[in-house]
Design a protein around this ligand. Structure first.
Ligand code: GLV
Length: 326
C-alpha cells in the first residue's frame, strides 16, 4: 500500500508528479487561500506525511491529531511555523527547502534595499498621481547606496549572498550573529561586530536571522534608537524579529530614515497596518523567494523530501534527523 499524504496547498505539477508516483495524496485545492484549521485537522488524522507551507502551524496539539505522521515537509527555508521539539518527541521528521532559494531571496533583498534607499514606490506614486510638477533639486532625494556601510544580522546562506552583491557597490560589510564566519570574512572582507555596534555604524541594516525564541523582538525600541537617523532597515527574514510598534515610532519620530519590509509579525498584514500608511516604508507581501523557477524548485524539493522519507530514501534537507535516529 502506498503511503498516505496530505498537501496543504495547490502545488506546481512537477512537484505533484513526484508525490503521485509514490503516494496516495489529498490536497487542499486552492492556490491563494490557506486550508482552514478545522479542515486540516480532519485531513491529517490518518496520513503518514504532510507537505505544508509556512502558513500552517504545527504545535503539539495539532501533531496529536495526526498519530501516524512520520514526516512533515515544509515548503520554506524557515520553519518557525513548526514546533521542532514536539515533532522530534513524536518521531516526526521535519524537512525544509534550504539552499534552493538563497540567490532569489538575496536578489529581492537587494531590490528592496535599493527601492527603500531611493524611494522608488513613493516616486512612482507621485508620477502616476499626476503630482510631478517640475524637475526640482531636492525632490524625492534618497540615500546613496554606493560606498555606504552594510550591516548584516545573520551571516547565513542568504546573508552571505546579500553581502556578495554589495561588492559591486563598494560597501564596507559588517555583520553580527551567533557565530563568527571566517569564510565570509576572508571572501568578503566582512567585519564581525556585536549587535549594538553594528546598529550604530550601519547605513543599511539587513535582517537575515531565522525567527526563534532568541531572535523574537531582537530589534526593539532600544536597538532602533542606536541606528543612525539616516539609516534604512531591511527585513526579508521574519516580521517577529522586529518590534513593529517601536519601528513605527522610530520612523514617525525621524529616528530612522526608512524601512523596507517583506515580512510582518502577523501575515497577511492587515490593509490598515500602521506601517503601511507611512511613505518611508516600502512594503511587500512576503515575496522573497517568489520567482517562478525558485518556487517550482522549492515545491519539488519539498516533494522529494516527503517521498524519500516515506519510501526508505534519504531526504535531501532534513531539519531534525534525530527524530528518526532515536
Ligand atoms: C520563506 O520565508 C522561507 O522561509 O522560505
Amino acid at each position: 500500500m502506498k503511503p498516505k499524504v496530505y498537501i496543504t496547498r495547490q502545488l506546481p505539477d512537477r512537484a505533484l508528479a513526484i508525490i503521485a508516483e509514490a503516494c496516495d495524496f489529498r490536497m487542499w485545492p486552492e492556490a491563494e487561500n490557506a486550508v482552514p484549521a478545522n479542515v486540516l485537522d480532519e485531513e491529517i488524522r490518518d496520513v503518514d506525511g504532510v507537505l505544508s507551507l509556512l502558513t500552517e502551524q504545527w504545535d503539539g496539539a495539532r501533531l496529536a491529531r495526526a498519530p501516524r505522521l512520520r514526516v512533515l515537509a515544509n515548503m520554506a527555508a524557515g520553519y518557525d511555523n513548526v514546533s521542532i521539539p514536539d515533532c522530534t518527541a513524536r518521531g516526526v521528521l521535519v524537512t525544509n527547502t534550504r539552499g534552493v532559494l538563497t540567490e532569489t531571496t538575496a536578489d529581492l533583498t537587494w531590490a528592496l534595499l535599493m527601492a527603500t534607499a531611493r524611494r522608488l514606490p513613493e516616486a512612482e506614486r507621485v508620477l502616476k498621481a499626476g503630482r510631478w510638477q517640475t524637475w526640482s533639486p531636492m525632490m524625492l532625494t534618497g540615500q546613496d547606496v554606493y560606498g555606504a556601510t552594510l550591516g548584516i544580522i545573520g551571516m547565513g546562506r542568504i546573508g552571505r549572498a546579500v553581502a556578495r552583491r554589495s561588492l559591486g557597490f563598494a560597501m564596507p560589510i559588517i555583520y553580527t550573529g551567533r557565530h563568527r564566519h571566517e569564510e565570509a570574512e576572508a571572501e568578503l572582507g566582512a567585519r564581525y561586530l556585536p549587535l549594538d555596534d553594528l546598529l550604530r555604524q550601519s547605513d543599511f541594516v539587513v535582517v537575515q536571522v531565522p525567527l526563534s525564541a532568541e531572535t523574537r523582538g531582537l530589534l526593539g525600541a532600544r536597538e532602533l534608537t542606536l541606528m543612525k537617523p539616516t539609516a534604512c532597515l531591511i527585513n526579508t527574514a521574519r516580521g517577529g524579529i522586529v518590534d513593529e510598534a517601536a519601528l513605527y515610532d522610530a520612523l514617525v519620530g525621524g529616528r530612522l530614515w526608512a524601512a523596507g519590509l517583506d515580512v510582518f509579525a502577523s501575515e497577511p498584514a492587515a490593509h490598515d497596518h500602521p506601517l503601511l500608511g507611512l511613505d518611508n516604508v516600502v512594503a511587500l507581501p512576503h515575496i522573497g523567494s517568489a520567482s517562478i523557477a525558485t518556487r517550482t524548485r522549492m515545491a519539488t524539493l519539498a516533494a522529494e523530501n516527503l517521498v524519500a522519507a516515506l519510501t526508505g530514501g534519504r531526504p535531501p534537507t532534513p531539519v531534525n534527523p534525530e527524530a528518526w535516529s532515536q
